[in-house]
Ligand binder design. Structure first.
Ligand code: MOS
Length: 764
């Protein structure tokens, strides 16, 4: 099958990246709205459902190898300290302990951005890796950690971004606390001219808290060296990415590392990179010559494997009397933790509405706390809350309904690049969402609800990338019994990848989903697919699967033509059987074709098509929230969320609903409950468990109505998928905050919206 190498631009992991890779050169035939799709878009139960509920699914933690030992990691007790000495003798002599390693045993290994090290004598946050113990049992390893004595020289520290930006603040790294020494600046038009043109302006400040990914499944790796080759069973969103990072860290060849991940209990961005713990486990395993399982506990997950950075945002906006936006200004800073990362959040303001004059200034600030990592729509979640709150303020000041105000400033092209979108059905999403919540019929004037418990309705808009791109491949094998196996180097991070892959192949080959097995997440076996981040998995991988299946279909028709001695044009493909159009009795099944061809298995490999040039691929949507605020207790109860989005084609109605429900519940927790709390005096995180760190649960879950307005983005790729994982969470907090304002007539500008903030706002 012909393929060519092209360049593509993707938004991924808080960055634009250029990918260069093979694409299918086959001109694809999109699935048109009038095509009678039998499986795609239907609610199909997960093909791995039985494995999961029965406990037979093997997660990283479940991998058991002969002679395997257990490793646990000791973290720093202080937010900033120089280690003077580590005494490991007591730990080493505890029966059952096999090895203890520290920075003294390990050469300095360049890690991300060359600024942090695997083990360093300088620890920069509570929990920073100090030592690792391998023992016969996890219990012994834990006991041994307590026997390690570390002599620290405590250093001055800083744990909030505002303080860290001050000139006399303790430096987290020698190069200073502001990354790059300066802000990220963006502007278009003239912000001064824009504000001069404005009839109404609003200016406000907003803040958001640090939250933790807290996936259900803890971070874990099982590692084994065999004849110089390292195999890592890892809980990861990126098997190939982790393979390459581990190989680089250890200074060995990529082909000497194999990463396997079969099942996973979520990551939300915290498992996009290789963990230091995986490399540490590899080092200790090599030292003792036995397989090692390293596990992080919930406390460590809350300290060192990432978070969503906080934000302080100062926004200003101007509009004409008729609601036309004339100027948008953004200033923000956020804490990235002790090692470099991004905390910017201005993209929604830059790209959501038509506005000629925009300026943004963002600071990424180092502090002595766990490093931030990409977390479900990095930047957009915090940015959308503030910006969509401000847009409501401006609409009110201009005397225009908030939804009408947004429609007034609707843009048909990307305001940043000037390019058109591959598709944008936000108008339809607004319309359907507004109908479902009763925007124009049920929403009352702000603050007008009587009684002590007041209801309100609010909304917010979402823009994100997604859309995926090449390179991504899938290999399809057809057996003589008509069964199909598909392998791809992607991963199912809990989102339903196994199932949509089977569905796409079943649709094309017209066979039941049950005839298809899917195998994912093994870098030694599978063809390459990208990381599962940036909402790009389904939009990158499903087209490659469709391409492989279409090639298989052509191959089968080709084979049937030779076997039946009939021209291809006289053959029809029907439900896995190829028939003579003129004589129904002359037919052959796809399994028989494989047999007759004297091949035990027919193989095709499909590739993702090229993204169209000169277009932006974005997802859009709006969420509408109905809330109830108890003005005596300050409690907010979310009654209903309507999520109306253009996220491209729905592959599986069940798993897309899962993504929306999960994103909205996580967004509700962000809006009302979740917050990492650090004690300024000690630099310690005070709520590192799920008792003190409040996650939203089923108890807080409102009625959720999901409306997907797209029938498929046929310009983007051959399945029309754009992606849903991140869009689902982006507008939730903004919609809830605007609904709270509509209920009580007082705006809460700081997340989470806790009862004390409501009561203070109402009565002080
Ligand atoms: Mo996502 S934050 O790209 O896993």
């Amino acid at each position: 099958m012909p393929k060519k190498i092209v360049k593509s631009k993707l938004y991924f992991d808080d960055n634009f990246i250029e990918t260069i890779g093979e694409v299918s050169t086959e001109k694809y035939k999109p699935w048109e709205p009038n095509d009678k799709l039998k499986i795609i878009g239907k609610p199909v139960s997960r093909i791995d459902g039985y494995d999961k509920v029965s406990g037979s699914a093997v997660f990283a933690f479940d991998k058991v190898l002969p002679r395997m030992v257990q490793a646990r990691i000791l973290g720093s007790a202080y937010p900033n300290a120089q280690i003077k000495k580590i005494h490991t003798q007591k730990a080493k002599s505890l029966p059952g302990v096999l090895a203890v390693i520290t920075y003294e045993d390990v050469p300095k290994i360049p890690w991300y951005y060359n600024t942090t090290f695997l083990f360093d004598s300088h620890v920069r946050c509570v929990g920073d890796e100090v030592a690792c113990v391998a023992a016969e049992t996890e219990k012994i390893a834990e006991d041994a950690l307590r026997l390690i004595e570390v002599e620290y020289e405590q250093l001055p520290f800083v744990v909030n971004a505002g303080d860290a930006m001050k000139a006399n603040a303790p430096k987290v790294h020698d190069f200073g606390n502001i990354l790059g020494g300066k802000p990220d600046i963006y502007s278009r038009g003239s912000i001064e001219a824009g504000f001069k043109d404005a009839d109404v302006t609003v200016e406000d400040t907003f803040s958001t808290q640090v939250v933790i990914h807290n996936p259900t499944e803890p971070h874990c790796s099982v590692v084994n060296w065999d004849d110089g080759k390292l195999t890592v069973w890892d809980s990861t969103q990126a098997v190939f990415g982790v393979r390459d990072q581990i190989a680089n860290s250890l200074g060995i060849s990529e082909s000497d590392v194999r990463v396997i991940k079969k099942y996973m209990g979520g990551g939300f961005g915290s498992k996009l990179e290789a963990g230091k713990y995986s490399v540490i486990a590899a080092l200790i395993s090599k030292k003792i010559g036995r397989p090692v399982r390293v596990t992080l506990d919930r406390k460590q997950m809350n300290l060192i494997v990432g978070n969503r950075p906080d934000s302080f945002q100062k926004l200003k906006a101007g509009a004409k009397k008729d609601g036309t936006l004339t100027a948008l200004q953004h200033y923000s800073y956020g804490a990235v933790g002790a090692y470099p990362n991004g905390a910017g959040c201005a993209w929604p303001l830059r790209s959501l509405y038509k506005c000629a004059n925009v300026s943004t200034e963002e600071y990424n600030v180092l502090i002595n706390a766990g490093r931030a990592r990409a977390m479900r729509a990095p930047g957009h979640v915090q940015g959308t809350f503030a910006f969509e709150s401000l847009i409501d303020e401006l609409a009110e000041k201009a005397g225009i309904d908030p939804l009408d105000f947004r429609l007034k400033n609707y843009t048909e092209t990307d305001p940043v690049s000037g390019e058109p979108y591959t598709s944008k059905l936000l108008r339809e999403a607004y319309k359907k969402g507004a109908e479902a919540i009763g925007w124009y019929s049920r929403r009352k004037p702000t603050g007008s609800d009587k009684g002590t418990v007041k209801k309100g309705i609010g909304m917010a808009t979402q823009i994100w990338w997604g859309g995926g791109g090449p390179p991504a491949y899938a290999t399809l094998k057809l057996n003589r019994d008509g069964s199909v196996q598909i392998i791809a180097g992607t991963q199912d991070i809990g989102t339903g990848t196994y199932t949509f892959i089977a569905m796409v192949a079943a649709e094309v080959l017209e066979i039941p989903v049950e005839k298809i097995q899917v195998s994912l997440g093994d870098t030694d076996v599978d063809p390459y697919c990208p990381s599962s981040g940036g909402s790009q998995t389904a939009a990158s991988v499903s087209p490659a699967v469709r391409d492989a299946a279409e090639q298989m279909k052509s191959k089968l028709i080709n084979g049937a033509s030779a076997i039946l001695d009939l021209p291809e044009g006289q053959l029809a493909y029907r439900n896995g059987i190829i028939v003579n159009k003129k004589d129904d009795s002359k037919k052959i099944s796809i399994g028989e074709i494989v047999q007759k061809m004297h091949e035990r298995v027919l193989i095709t490999t499909g590739a993702r098509n090229e993204n169209p040039k000169g277009y932006q691929a974005n997802t859009f949507g709006a969420q509408f929230a109905e809330v109830e605020v108890d003005t005596e207790t300050g409690r907010v109860k979310v009654l209903k969320i309507v999520a109306a989005h253009d996220v491209g084609r729905v592959l599986n109605k069940k798993t897309i609903d899962n993504q929306f429900h999960g994103g909205i519940i996580q967004g509700l927790g962000y809006a009302l409950m979740e917050e990492r709390i650090i004690d300024d005096n000690t630099g310690k995180v005070l709520n590192t468990n799920l008792h003190d760190y409040m996650l939203a649960t089923i108890k807080n879950t409102p009625e959720i109505e999901v409306i997907v307005v797209s029938k498929g983005d046929n310009l983007l790729n051959n399945t029309g998928v754009k992606g849903v994982g991140e869009p689902a969470i982006i507008p939730t907090a903004g919609a809830i905050a605007n609904a709270v304002y509509n209920a009580i007539g007082v705006r809460i500008k700081s997340l989470p919206i806790t009862p004390d903030k409501i009561l203070n706002a109402l009565y002080s």
